[in-house]
Design a binder for this molecule. Structure first.
Ligand SMILES: [Zn+2]
Length: 247
């Protein structure tokens, strides 16, 4: 198998597996390593590829993407082709809620492309009604199967909540994180200077945000209870580049 195919995106492996299952030799030829392989792979996630995957399989794809990122073997993707292929329709597999931190761009650290995920970003990855509405659109109307709340280490918003920082509209945002500060038990110094405590609060904040999503969105809670979607959490480590999936 050529290097290009080895590093081919997981969505397309999923498609190949589906085609194998369908027993179509002609179809298998489409996705082989021949001279046509450069143009054979789809350039954006299709509805068929997305719909064939379970929530667990989608999370597994994200985990493998992060492993590629950490190994420095990211897919050599063509963003312009992805843009063109997705221009007339989008079929993202997941909706993320992640922090605005410039060092934690979800698509990059999980080796994803244009059209693969919806991404809500707000400092401290807290959910409000607008975020919940976005997630409901993503899952109920657009067919995404995973809601992933992603926190990260050494988060400035978490530090601000610990320090009771006050600044304009930021004060109200940090208030949404403070329940996580209070709910975090820690044997060390409860200070923003103690990164162990900061990261523990960030982890609690992810778990509480997942609970809030279930509690405040009957639409998403119902989809999860039916097994249509999975609400999951993860912590991204800025030092190691590893994503730790919490559930
Ligand atoms: Zn942050």
């Amino acid at each position: 198998m050529c290097e290009r195919c080895k590093e081919s995106f997981d969505w397309h492996r999923q498609r190949r597996n589906f085609l194998k299952a369908a027993g179509s030799a002609a179809a298998l030829g489409i996705v082989g390593c021949g001279p046509l392989s450069g143009t054979a792979y789809a350039d954006a996630l299709t509805r068929g590829q997305r719909d064939k995957m379970s929530p667990a399989e989608i999370i597994a794809v994200m985990k493998r993407g992060n492993e590629r990122f950490r190994r420095g073997v990211r897919k050599n993707r063509n963003y312009l082709n992805e843009q063109k292929a997705s221009a007339s329709g989008q079929y993202p597999a997941a909706v993320l809620l992640s922090c605005i931190d410039s060092r934690a761009p979800a698509e990059v650290i999980m080796d994803l492309g244009i059209g693969d995920i919806f991404n809500c970003r707000v400092a401290g990855n807290v959910a409000n009604q607008d975020v919940l509405g976005s997630m409901e659109f993503a899952c109920k109307l657009a067919g995404a199967k995973v809601v992933l709340v992603m926190g990260h280490t050494v988060c400035g918003a978490i530090k601000g909540a610990i320090d009771n920082a006050e600044l304009g509209n930021l004060t109200g945002l940090l208030d949404k994180i403070k329940p996580a500060v209070q709910a975090t038990s820690h044997s060390g110094e409860r200070s923003s200077k103690n990164y162990s405590f900061v990261d523990a609060v960030a982890r609690t904040n992810v778990l509480l945000t997942m609970d809030n999503i279930r509690k405040n969105s009957s639409v998403l809670a119902e989809l999860e209870s039916k097994g249509t979607i999975k609400i999951a959490g993860a912590m991204y480590n800025l030092q190691t580049a590893a994503m730790d999936f919490l559930s």
